[in-house]
Design a protein around this ligand. Sequence first.
Ligand code: C2E
Ligand code: CA
Ligand code: CA
Length: 766
Amino acid sequence: MTLTRIRSGSFPLKALLAALLIGLVFGQFIVAEPLENAMKLARNKLRDHAVSGQVVLVAIDDRSLAEFGSAPWSGSRIAELLDRVRAANPDSVHLDAALPGQGPSLDATRLEASLAAFRTPVTLPARFSIDRLSERRAIEPPARFTRHARLVNTNLYEEWDGRIWAHLNGAVVGERYLPSLAAFLAGRDDRSSRHFPIDHALNVRTIPVVSAGDLLGNRARATLLAGKSVVIARTDIGADHFVAPGSGHVPAAMIHILAAETLIEGAPTNAGWFPPLVLAMILACLILGSRRRSVALGALAFAAVAFLVGPLLLETRHIHIEVTAALAAVCVAATARLIRSLRRSYQTRGTINIVTGMPNLQALRNTTDESDAIVVTARVKNYAHIATTLPPQHEKDLVEQIVARLKFGTGSSVIYQADEGVFVWLSHHAGEESVIQQIEGLHALFRSPIVIATRIIDLAVTFGLDADENRTILQRVSSSLVAADEAARDGRRWASFNPASLEDAEWSMSLLARLDHAIDNGELWVAYQPKLDCRTGEILGAEALVRWTHPEKGQVYPDQFIGAAEQGGRIERLTEFVLDTAIGDVASINARGRPLSIAVNLSAVLLGNDSLVPLVEGLLRKHKLRPNLLTLEVTETSTMGSEARAIANLRRLNDIGIELSIDDYGTGFSTLEYLRRIPASEIKIDRSFVTMLHTSQSDRIMVNSTIQLAHSLGRKVVAEGVESQEILDHLRHMRCDFVQGYHTGRPVAFEAFLSRLNVKAGRQAA
Ligand code: C2E
Ligand code: CA
Ligand code: CA
């Protein structure tokens, strides 16, 4: 069964078993009989039709009793009635009336004679009852009458609801097999004892009835009985009545006639509940197992028609089935499918990024694809920046364009959006090599800008990957993210996750706590890198660079913790420590008569801080250092130029007399406008342009033009990253003001710095 591939674990199987179990219970026990019967009654209403009229009831009714004496009638009265019936030439006659006892009587003799006069013997009723020893005991008329008659069985079977639904073909009464009256009337004496369902769609009111009184009073047309099967029986109020489903209380004879008419229509077969249940289970397989909803709905609709309308059609062909077991099984299957789809839709609700409609990490978690796929992550570094400047409705557009390129470059059909600007996919390629090739291709693809609503946007994308099959997909997703971040940090296109760096990850998780501890326990110290006059080579100042010597890990570099400190709210403490130490150290040098300025790095996150200016002022006062000997280096950031509070703080610092320097110039977002607004006296060209100065023409152009520009604006220029004499010569030639670099002096501890300056060691108390 291709349609019913069993999927998502054992759920459909369990539901199928439940459906089968419920079906069997409903079929085997009468739990659902009221429902079954109600449906049968409804169908009977639709199928209501007249009897054949082959069987005529001669009714000893209340009217007859009123006219000819109350019941029981004497033998001679019955004989008189029999004679009238016989005179009308019926096909057969059944007499169900109380007959005189065994003793010799004129009355009985008269009846006996009347019976004997029939050419086709009259049938007389024989019943059985169950006695205390569970033995069938025959109840039949006296032998003097049965001698001239045939016996038929007239038992009726009330079901648990007090109604008569089915009838017997015949029964063994005493020692003999007797056909039932119904079977006899229908001419179907086939010696079987099987039950058959009575067709209660036959309208009981269409049974032809002739009143016995009318016959006796000669008022009835005798032709009514000619060629018919005649049943003579009591229908008066004192007669036995039974409940016929759909017709209420009717005289017992009516039920016998209905049963006979059922057989005359065609012998009914009762197929029971099992065949419908088999069909139901096939449909349940479709409902539960089919991938497509339309198939399941189709199967459900088919089940509804098959089990609600089907029986109606079958009953017209005299086939009776019971459908509640089947319906119950189908209901269980449909409910199970509904529950599952609700559960799925509940699950998928959380698997889509609301803004972009992309599958997210939860969706990736739900995939069963746990294979050996290599997990690749693309991180758009400037995503947040782009997204905040785009109108909200265009973010989806941005993501779509990114995803389109990723799909094009990887051939992957599914790209997951893990976070803002973070995309993940699984690569089933042969190996890491080909994935890396793919990434290189992607990188080239992303070099051309995308266009959103006429805006041209450059994307900075780095990639991370993890091919370690021993880890789960989710672990690989996290580690590929870490790798992508590492790549971004190191300025590389991509990075592969290195399990050894797991240790690093553990380290970085507890970094903030360790940093607090480091500040409190003196693990932090300040290194000084000399800053020289480019022309004379004289040391005019130093840049303070924070250092961390961890007792076990050794040297921890600022790149590894400054970012975390900024994000974790520890940068203020750290800056205060560096400022305090550096101002104190330089103040002590100045106090010994060696004029020297000190540059301290100021994180951009602190620029908007209200306590910044009082802090710096306080430290200058504390160490008695002239403000113009302190330079604060600030890096250019996109927001800084526009943030009023940051600008105001910088102006106040400048007003106090503190020098400002624009650090890492050339790497960020600096514009002329920006340069004009920041009251900086100095520009520090980023070392990435300086270290390649001797080989790169474009770097030389960049550095040279920056120097020209700065000078034209009345600013000094510092070149950092001076690693050789050659570079130094270039810078001199370009009329650079100050230099800093490994060639002119590495960052060193205070004592080493002092000896470089030729100043006697030993700090002065503040
Ligand atoms: P930066 O402000 O650009 O500092 C200069 C960095 O370049 C220092 O790295 C220094 O050791 C290195 N360097 C100096 N000369 C050369 C050279 O000739 N060639 C090369 N390749 N590198 C050279 P460091 O100390 O690792 O500091 C890295 C960054 O950490 C600094 O970059 C600065 O942004 C930040 N940082 C350091 N100390 C502090 C601090 O106290 N506060 C704040 N907020 N940031 C700091
Ligand atoms: Ca700096
Ligand atoms: Ca720098």
